[in-house]
Ligand binder design. Structure first.
Ligand code: SF4
Length: 56
């Protein structure tokens, strides 16, 4: 399960850039989860989120 805390997300786009199969930016400029499988790419994005908004 992959989750984004929209209250923490600052909309930097890092996760969607690193792992577009899991994350996309929504109309509010926040990341949303497209696919909640815990892949290496989703883990990498979580590690690189500057505000630790992604939980796995
Ligand atoms: S990397 Fe973190 S702060 Fe940046 S868009 Fe993704 S969830 Fe939001």
């Amino acid at each position: 399960m992959v989750k984004v805390d929209e209250n923490k997300c600052i909309g930097c786009g890092m996760c969607a850039g690193l792992c577009p199969e899991t994350f996309q930016m929504n109309a509010d400029g926040k990341s949303e989860v497209l696919n909640d499988a815990v892949t290496d790419c989703a883990k990498n994005a979580a590690e690189n989120c500057p505000v630790e908004a992604i939980t796995l």
